[in-house]
Design a protein around this ligand. Structure first.
Ligand code: GTP
Length: 596
């Protein structure tokens, strides 16, 4: 049976191409907001950090109505670090809207999500957004997208992808560039015409695959999924079955059932085939569980959730809750907060350590964890974090494996040399290099995940802020050997009592020169013998007093990378707090690992 009154779609877009703005506009025009109700800007990204960083992290469900049809819209995360999530939401839909910036064109990230969508046989509507931009080149972008679709079309099915031109910001969509630019109706119509209605068998036993988990303080865990077969009713008894462990299941009663309406969940008594539903009241509902009829506990097959590849320690450091006098962050606070995060973020793992004050937090890449850290700091939690480390594995022969990434870089031609040099030092292998002919070069690398730790800031400096870097997890591969970051003279940073300074450490010279704020020069020399674990003594003096130090070898290098001041957080990327042996404003001793 087809549910002609429902369409389920996901939105795929590269970061900043306008996904959120587009959904906001569909919501507004579908009449979700009453005229006198203030429309909050960017309604989809409800989380502050998401808003600030402009990266959609958690999938959100929205439903809009057009001509008596309910269109469920599912937001997909825009960043590969949270990749596992994309695949799960695509399982709920019959089609996708690919949003592409009319100037920037299709970006590599989109490519992978799109490939997944095509593999699942989903229909694609391409929405060329930001057509209002002065530099927009919509016709060229269409050619690029067609080329991309041809390249990706794994099943060789004839792709007839409709193109819609839009300015989400101005609130219009059009089927051709010559059409009148009035409202979003052309996009609504295309969705209804082109995206198939969800199908299923209402006579079959119930099957609802849980694709995402929401969490709410009052009702606890909320499973979200689509009714694939049968129906779901309040008070119905169901079996909770996981395809990866089908023999172990438990029976539960559905107490609360919701569907989406605008941005809200509304309680319903029954949900039919094709409906996207939310279920609360089941404490141990998990992603990948299928709610089945107890007589036929047949789970729907489900892709395993992508594993964490990187860890950081979160450490209690006797700090007060920010802005809350007299209230200190204890290990219990930190623990509770971290474990609460697990309710909604399934790619995250939290482990206790020997120390009650320290938790090992594992996630999908640096960005994933840094978003969590920022979120928590904003909520008032003050704590220390260690440097990120990758999670190694072993193959069946006991050989060491490490997580690998594919890296796509777009840089102005003149910076490609610097990027290749830096990434090669970090064990990156250049796979492809394509000058676009417009002053930009696209570089493609395969690189161990650990090679990218701390690289983004360097990249921004090296490309004067004009580079774009995207990474994509590429599975585990054989360990690539030590990365000798610091042998050629590399950036390290530290904090003295008064300031954070950074500089170049030149291992050959065994000398060290830092220039901090206020013309202060931090000079030092290596005093240890073990090349892997050197003691470095640093003395602080005024710039003009710097004569005859062993740091002269680094001077040239310093000219290449002008001094700047880092925040303590950035500095921590380069130095662990436990490496600091002694700190006074005049004297600082650190033990620095020279080789990774
Ligand atoms: P993520 O949430 O980070 O994935 O980004 P997004 O794809 O949701 O993009 P978002 O809607 O946040 O838009 C990014 C920026 O582009 C914002 O500054 C928008 O105002 C702007 N923008 C969105 N649509 C348009 C448009 O049609 N024209 C122009 N000129 N700007 C737009």
């Amino acid at each position: 049976m087809k549910r002609e009154d429902v369409r389920n779609i996901a939105i795929i877009a590269h970061v900043d191409h306008g996904k959120t703005t587009l959904v906001d506009e569909l919501l507004k025009q579908s009449g979700v907001f009453r005229a006198n109700q203030e429309v909050q800007e960017r309604v989809m990204d409800s989380n502050d950090i998401e808003r600030e960083r402009g990266i959609t992290i958690l999938s959100k469900n929205t439903a809009v109505y057009y001509k008596n049809t309910k269109i469920n819209i599912i937001d997909t995360p825009g960043h590969a670090d949270f990749g596992g999530e994309v695949e799960r939401v695509l399982k709920m839909v019959n089609g996708v809207i690919l949003v592409v910036d009319a100037f920037e064109g299709a970006m590599p990230q989109t490519k992978f999500v799109l490939k997944k969508a095509l593999e699942l046989n989903l229909d694609v509507i391409c929405c060329i957004n930001k057509v209002d931009r002065e530099e927009a080149r919509p016709n060229e972008v269409i050619d690029e997208v067609l080329e991309l679709l041809m390249e990706l079309d794994a099943n060789d099915k004839q792709l007839d992808c409709p193109f819609i031109f839009a300015s989400a910001k101005a609130g219009w969509a059009a089927r051709s560039l010559d059409d009148e630019r009035v409202n979003m109706v052309p996009l609504f119509e295309t969705i209804l015409d082109y995206i198939p209605a969800p199908e299923g068998d209402p006579e079959k036993p119930t099957q609802v695959l849980i694709s995402t988990i929401d969490y709410n303080e009052y009702v606890g865990r909320i499973g979200v999924g689509k009714v694939d077969n049968g129906s779901l009713k309040v008070n119905q008894e169901v079996a909770l079955v996981n395809a990866h462990d089908p023999d172990k299941f438990k029976k539960v009663k559905i107490s609360k059932l919701y569907e989406f309406d605008g941005l809200n969940k509304v309680e319903v008594n029954e949900a039919q085939i094709g409906s996207i539903v939310a279920i609360s009241g089941i404490a141990d509902i998990h992603i990948g569980d299928t709610l089945c009829s107890p007589e036929h506990p047949e789970p729907i097959p489900f892709q395993k959730i992508s594993e964490p590849t990187l860890s950081m320690n979160f450490i209690v450091n006797d700090s007060p809750f920010a802005g809350q006098e007299g209230k200190y962050v204890t290990s219990r606070h930190l623990r509770d907060r971290l474990f609460r995060e697990l309710n909604t973020d399934v790619s995250l793992r939290v482990e206790e350590t020997e120390s009650a004050d320290m938790f090992k937090v594992c996630g999908r890449g640096e960005l994933h964890l840094s978003v969590l850290i920022e979120n928590m700091r904003r909520e008032g939690y003050e704590f220390a974090v260690s440097k990120a480390e990758v999670l190694y594995k072993e193959d069946e022969n006991g050989k060491k494996l490490e997580p690998m990434e594919l890296v796509y870089v777009d840089v102005p031609d003149e910076f490609s040399g610097a990027v290749i040099e830096k990434l090669s030092m970090r064990k990156g292998e250049l796979l492809n290099m394509n000058p676009s002919g417009t002053g930009y070069t696209r570089l493609e690398f395969s690189i161990p995940s650990r090679g990218l730790i701390g690289y983004r800031d360097e990249f921004m400096t090296d490309t004067k802020g004009n580079g774009i870097l995207n990474q994509l997890f590429d599975g585990y591969g054989p360990y690539k050997g030590d990365i000798q970051y610091r042998t050629m003279g590399s950036l390290i940073a530290f904090e003295t009592g008064e300031a954070v300074a950074y500089g170049l450490f030149n291992a050959q010279e065994r000398g060290l020169l830092f220039i901090g704020p206020g013309e202060r020069v931090y000079s030092g020399m290596v005093v240890g013998q073990n090349p892997k674990n050197l003691d470095i003594e640093v003395n602080v003096c005024k710039r003009k007093q710097l004569t005859n130090t062993r740091a002269s070898g680094s001077d040239d290098a310093l000219k290449l990378t002008p001094p700047k001041v880092m925040s303590l957080e950035q500095a921590l990327e380069f130095i662990d707090t436990d490496e600091l042996l002694e700190v006074t404003p005049e004297h600082l001793r650190i033990r620095k690992k020279i080789l990774d």
